[in-house]
Write a protein that binds this ligand. Structure first.
Ligand SMILES: Nc1ncnc2c1ncn2[C@@H]1O[C@H](COP(=O)(O)OP(=O)(O)OP(=O)(O)O)[C@@H](O)[C@H]1O
Length: 726
């Protein structure tokens, strides 16, 4: 309950910014995060602070000059300390040459909490071998299927998970499959599925209806899996695949179902919609039920939909193979395995490493918990060997400029980087997209670099989240899929299963709510044995997260904020009034600070240039705080809304002060009643935790969970507890 109380805290009861400086150590409050609060008391010291004379910085680009003319009055709110702080030596007066208006920006580098020394316990990371030396020839597949795999898909050797899973599924068994991200799980179920369906006598007809149902948690993943199945089916034209993923008119989906689909890839909510309203949809032929990203399907609030689907399928189909797959098998999957798998084989590729246990898939002892790897094994996650994971610790005020500098450093001043940045809400994605697109992407300058060192394409920002129209989502997804560079700002809607080639960097601007999500997010890079990098941005009060990662055998290196910021010295747009021709060393800390301040000023000027952008920033800030309030209780000692310095956080949204009336509630009042009904599969341990997941990922608005819209029909219903299998 203590955690809940924290969520209901009204902003007015929060100490004003600067409280940490004024309070004596002996008065430190008890409760969550006392250590972190202590950390807030210590000032962040930049090397040589105070040695630089006061300077005026003039915005150089016409864009920036235009932005500097925005309203100058700060939004009054909680932010400012009672007595104005002493002028910092790093304060900048940014002048607009035409209007002679000057905007004073508060110091970015003063009054920050100290960045703690991050202790990174070295742990031996769990690793899985990606490839085997075995070819697909030896599986005894239809020759056309083998040649499709080699010639259409261009693959020769099986991956470990394919080598273990395909024979098991070809024997007709159920399976629970865990292997690291990007290890080829789609083909691990896709190949045996097609092998079995093409072999059926009499030959499958389109009009027979469904033979296989594949459930996935997001629309983009549905599309991607559909495309893979389509490729495998090239020689077997009589088998028809189809996808139902929402966002499309139900009428046209119904028409496609009426014409006949043999392999259906669907998101659970949309499928339930059709179970309830599409007469021609029946399951009596269904021989395969595959749940990809099985743990996510539950987490995401689809449990009721999955129950309904299981009931519909169980009632009608007599004999069926069932497969659950994920890179992370969490506790929730135990119950799902219990009700959906029959005498399954457990496949966990991680067992191959070290040779301590048998590389073969093992028979699961029976159902539920016993169908899963042992608890200790579940608590550790395998991440791709060539994935270099980093963290950086950045005070709240400096987050925005640090993220911007990181993007510029990698995507403007280095060649061929493709980056995904994860945020915890749609509003934040929208806000940062507008901001970066305006301030960072426009008016690209060479930064004094040789043309050969410049990226081949201009810096392009795209966005993907659940509040977007499906058409736009699909276009962006396809664009980003095909592009060689670019920056995709997204929510967790893009965290699972998506196979986006050549992504070189994953940035987590907001830390995820669970380690499973951390693993899936970073798993969008370093796929199928390739190289990749990730960066997790933490506040000083969140540095303990590194220990949490270590306790789950996840190893990270630290990148220093100073070194990330130093690339700003290469960018002449942030030179201020010093003139663009002078060469600076990236190691000059004063110059780096000055440039960071100019960049922050440009952000603030853009945000304050009109009411619409101010509102967008406020909305984004509010959604950030709301999602922050929904971290699970087990992480509240690291992520507690009371540890946030709202004035500083507001600055990271380009706001000059924290707005009034910010709510630190996890749920807006209106929505509170909507979460009364408890899901069927996970009655225990659900409530607040699930809500937290849903809020943080903003799936609720974008994905067709369908569960909240499903109205029970009177009379016999399929939505009750699942019936026993077979
Ligand atoms: N045997 C193989 N040889 C070469 N490439 C392969 C092989 N099998 C799969 N791939 C490729 O590896 C990539 C990752 O595959 P896939 O998306 O199925 O991984 P996954 O394990 O499902 O990942 P995630 O856990 O993130 O969903 C795809 O581009 C796929 O085409």
């Amino acid at each position: 309950m203590a955690a809940e109380e924290g969520l209901l805290l009204n902003v007015s009861s929060l100490p004003a910014p600067g409280f940490a400086r004024r309070r004596r150590a002996s008065q430190a409050p008890r409760g969550p995060g006392t250590q972190q609060r202590k950390a807030l008391k210590r000032k962040f010291q930049w090397p040589e602070e105070g040695t630089q004379p006061k300077q005026k910085a003039r915005l150089s680009s016409p864009q920036a000059k235009k932005l500097a003319t925005g309203p100058l009055r700060p939004i009054k709110g909680l932010g400012p300390p009672k007595s104005p702080p002493k002028k910092s030596l790093t304060e900048c007066k940014v002048s607009n040459a035409s209007s002679r208006t000057s905007v004073k920006t508060s110091s970015l580098f003063r009054n920050n909490p100290e960045i703690p020394d991050v202790q990174r316990p070295s742990v031996e990371q769990v690793q899985e071998r990606v490839f085997t030396s075995d070819s697909f020839d030896q599986l005894g597949l239809h020759p056309h299927l083998t040649s499709t795999i080699t010639s259409v898909l261009g693959m020769s050797c099986m991956t470990s998970v394919q080598k273990q899973t395909i024979p098991v599924l070809m024997q007709g068994k159920d399976a629970l499959v865990r292997s690291q991200t990007g290890s080829g799980k789609t083909l691990a179920y896709g190949i045996p599925l097609i092998q079995s369906l093409q072999n059926m006598e009499p030959k499958i007809k389109r009009s027979d209806g469904l033979y296989a149902v594949i459930l996935v948690p997001t629309r983009e993943l549905a599309l991607q899996s559909f495309q893979t199945i389509q490729k495998l089916l090239k020689p077997f034209t009589w088998i028809v695949p189809g996808v139902l993923m929402g966002g499309e008119k139900k009428k046209s989906e119904k028409a496609r179902l009426r014409k006949g689909i043999n392999i259906l890839i669907a998101t659970p909510g949309r499928l339930v919609d059709h179970i309830k309203s599409t007469q021609c949809l029946h399951f009596h032929q269904v021989q395969w039920l595959i749940l990809d990203e099985a743990d996510r399907i539950l987490d995401q609030g689809f449990e009721k939909a999955v129950t309904a689907i299981l009931n519909a399928v169980n009632t009608n189909s007599e004999k069926r193979q069932n497969v659950l797959l994920s890179a992370t098998l969490t506790d929730g999957v135990a119950r799902l395995a219990d009700i959906s798998l029959h005498d399954p084989v457990c496949i966990s590729v991680v067992e191959e490493v070290g040779g301590s246990s048998s590389p073969k898939a093992r028979a699961c002892l029976s159902q539920a918990d016993r169908a899963l790897p042992a608890s200790a094994e579940r608590d550790t996650f395998a991440v791709p060997e060539k994935l270099q994971q980093n963290i950086t610790v950045v005070p709240s005020k400096l987050r925005l400029v640090t993220l911007a500098a990181f993007i510029l450093g990698k995507c403007k001043f280095e060649k061929c980087n493709k980056m995904m940045i994860f945020f915890s809400s749609c509003e934040q994605v929208e806000f940062h997209h507008t901001l970066f697109q305006t301030v960072l992407a426009e008016g690209l300058e060479t930064g004094g670099l040789e043309p050969s060192l410049l990226p081949p394409l201009p810096l392009v920002f795209q966005r993907l989240h659940g509040d977007m129209k499906q058409e736009e989502r699909t276009t962006i997804f396809q664009d980003f899929l095909q592009s060689k560079t670019g920056v995709l700002l997204c929510t967790d809607v893009a965290a699972r299963g998506l196979d986006l080639p050549e992504v070189t960097w994953i940035v987590q601007y907001n830390p995820p709510a669970s380690l499973a999500e951390y693993v899936h997010r970073i798993g969008r890079t370093a796929r199928i044995g390739s190289q990749g990098n990730s960066l997790l941005i933490l506040a000083p009060s969140e540095a303990e997260y590194v220990n949490l990662l270590a306790s789950h055998k996840i190893n990270v290196s630290e990148l220093k904020m100073e070194s990330i910021l130093s690339c700003l010295v290469k960018d002449n747009r942030f030179v201020g009034n010093r003139g663009g021709n002078k060469k600076f060393h990236s190691t000059d800390p004063q110059e780096v600070r000055r440039r960071a301040t100019v960049l922050q000023t440009q952000f603030e000027n853009f945000v304050h240039s009109n009411m619409e952008t101010v509102q967008q920033a406020k909305k984004a800030l509010q959604s950030f705080i709301r999602s922050y309030a929904t971290y699970p209780a087990s992480l509240k000692h690291i992520f507690h809304v009371r540890l946030l310095h709202l004035g500083h956080v507001a600055k990271s949204f380009g706001l000059r002060d924290a707005p009034k009336n910010l709510s630190t509630r996890a749920v807006p009042k209106k929505r509170k009643n909507q979460r009364q009904k408890r899901p069927d599969l996970l009655r225990k341990n659900w409530g607040h935790r699930r809500l937290a997941e849903v809020l943080r990922s903003e799936y609720s608005s974008g994905l067709d969970s369908g569960t909240s819209q499903v109205k029970r029909k009177k009379g016999p219903s399929n939505l009750g507890n699942p019936k026993p299998l077979r």
